[in-house]
Design a protein around this ligand. Structure first.
Ligand code: NAD
Ligand code: IPM
Ligand code: MN
Length: 358
């Protein structure tokens, strides 16, 4: 079969540690299934600031654009936290999403039965939880005009939030399509009791809903949604929401699965091109120790196989291997009940490789 090009940007902190395990899984997929991948590594985030003076070098963007898909670790860290905005790793992340047109961030949160005891919530509440957050990724307050000015009460900071119909409609349609292929339930999350952007959001959702009569739609205010996610997580199927609400709710959903180290994501545009990254960040508190959970990144690779390459066999194989290893009781420390038995990042990667079957 033809060679697929993957841009690999590992970033900062635990980024390189978890991406290394996903790359091992990539190699194993070639051996098992006969697919061929060509990887090209590029600098991104804090390490790119240090070496090239910018978080998103043009060359990195070019490598990503030439590739069929991008695998990303994480960026950021205390070293760059006091930098001006254009020299922040996070600015590079927003830039790459915008430049590559990745407006739709899919964040599945699935509770593995054997991990119910790893969550801080009661196992019976988690039973059957399998939801997908569809987060708008290139609009809203993240991308609005920001500035400082003087006010009579001292310096003032302003962040603006805007959405237009096109931006809302394209993400909402994707969410309806995804819901149609799942349990046909969609929760649209907004703050329409206060925000004008949310009122427009809701109007668009209601209009688009007419094209998807088989999908059961509910509107949930974001504060209530944050609460319902903990009260009745298994009742959610697909959740669609704007950029910042989706950022916050998906970290909350991570705790249903036991750890943010379990949560994968796909950032997509209109086509099959995508950027695949764990939901978590660079975890400076555990970086360099070889103890990070690589499963979020490995499952993000599985999402790449499924959504970009249509290699469902390889995606199934990886997901089954992750289940098998977890069912056998292997845990990194973030999901271990008995931390003294926790295994390392590379041990977890090796076990998953070994469990992969054709
Ligand atoms: P974080 O997700 O990096 O870490 C939050 C907590 O979860 C930490 O205690 C961390 O140790 C733990 N954790 C995260 N991933 C883990 C894993 N794979 N295995 C085990 N434990 C894991 O969030 P933060 O601490 O708020 O942010 C740290 C830095 O990462 C900041 O600079 C932030 O801007 C950046 N960040 C980047 C991304 C990204 O690149 N996509 C996402 C979120 C945060
Ligand atoms: C994420 C992160 C980023 C976001 C930050 C690092 C810019 O939290 O990918 O969830 O808020 O989108
Ligand atoms: Mn986040």
């Amino acid at each position: 079969s033809e060679v697929k090009k993957i841009a690999v940007i590992s970033g900062d902190g635990i980024g390189p540690e978890v991406v290394a395990e996903a790359e091992k899984v990539l190699k194993r997929t070639e051996e098992l299934f006969g697919y061929s991948f060509e990887t090209e590594h590029a600098l991104f985030g804090g390490i790119a600031i240090d070496q090239l003076g910018t978080p998103l070098p043009q060359n990195t963007l070019d490598i990503c654009k030439k590739a069929d898909a991008v695998l990303l670790g994480a960026v950021g860290g205390p070293k760059w936290d006091n930098n001006p905005s254009d020299l922040r790793p996070e600015t590079g992340l927003l830039g790459i999403r915008k430049e590559l047109g990745l407006f739709s961030n899919l964040r599945p949160a699935v509770v593995f039965d054997c991990l119910k005891d790893a969550s801080t919530l009661k196992p019976e509440v988690l039973e059957g939880t399998d939801l997908m957050v569809v987060r708008e990724l290139t609009g809203g307050i993240y991308f609005g005009e920001k500035f400082r000015r003087q006010s009579p009460n001292g310096e003032e900071a302003v962040d603006t939030c805007s959405y237009n119909v096109m931006e809302v409609e394209r993400i909402v349609r994707q969410a309806f399509e995804i819901a149609q292929k799942r349990r046909k339930k969609l929760a649209s999350v907004d703050k329409a009791n206060v925000l004008e952007t949310s009122r427009l959001w809701r109007e668009v959702v209601n209009r688009v809903a007419a094209d998807y009569p088989d999908v059961e739609l509910e509107h949930v205010l974001v504060d209530n949604c944050a609460m319902q996610l903990l009260r009745r997580p298994s009742s959610f199927d697909v959740i669609v929401t704007e950029n910042m609400f989706g950022d916050i709710l998906s970290d909350e959903a991570a705790m249903l699965t036991g750890s943010i180290g379990m949560l994968s994501s796909a950032s997509m545009g209109e086509g099959s091109y995508g950027l695949f990254e764990p939901v978590h960040g660079s975890a400076p508190d555990i970086a360099g120790q070889g103890i990070a959970n690589p499963i979020a990144t490995i499952l993000s690779l599985a999402l790449m196989f499924r959504l970009t390459f249509n290699y469902a066999d390889a995606a199934d194989s990886i997901e089954a291997a992750v289940s098998e290893v977890l069912n056998a009781g292997h845990r990194t420390s973030d999901i271990a009940v008995d931390k003294s038995k926790a295994i390392s990042t590379s041990q977890m990667g090796d076990l998953i490789l070994a469990a992969m079957k054709k």
